[in-house]
Ligand binder design. Sequence first.
Ligand code: ZN
Length: 266
Amino acid sequence: MLLATEYEQVIQIKMSRSPEVKPPYCVSAYLVDGLLIDSGLAHTAEELTDFLKDKEVKTVVNTHYHEDHVAANALLLERYRVELLAHPLAIDKINQPATLYPYQEEVWGYPIPSQVKEIGNSITTPHFRFEVIHTPGHCDDHICLFEKSKGWLFSGDLFVATRPKVVRPEENQWQVIASLKKVKDLMPRVLFPAPGSRTVTDPVPVLEETIRYLEDLGQEVTELSNKGLSPDEIRQQVFGDEAPLAELTQQQFSSLNLVKSYLKRE
Ligand SMILES: [Zn+2]
């Protein structure tokens, strides 16, 4: 299922296997001036490729290697000979077969390996110039794209919510905080996130609130850890029982992961 909406010169393409296209099981790609930012999930790869038939896409940038951001790459390359670009740390992961958990296979599907190349410091399209900002934390290879003249920030999975309660095991929240500060300092005017469904106008206060929440949470987790509490005990004290999403995702999205993501610093 695919839903396209337009904001300024940017087309948001929201995709989901289910007809409801609702978070957390939907993801957005963005099309602007012949540049496609992310290519979505395997279950909608054909639909997305058909949708882009007359859109003259020249370049596809993957914000990171996750299976819900790269899965139409191979088809877009085959059909439209697009250039595929991602951060150097993402190349091997995107170009080789992925290993997925059952929930990932069901919700997103297996991406076909593609032939992504290393992205440089910027991307130029006929009307715009996008700065490439390395923003690790969600994963090592994560990048955002920033179009300065418009104030557009394409933030991939860096920003999910102002008060996230669950994360994947590979996340490092200290890096997420540093990356959020980096993009906030660019003073974006509009934020186009991949997860969920909303375009965020006037995102600086939203980013500030998120940074504050994550820093406070990090301090609380660190203090409890210093007192000798285990990650499970900290999770219970801070969040209570584990989030229902944890069981649905084979513990890949959990509050325990969020606690552990703060204990990676030392
Ligand atoms: Zn991701």
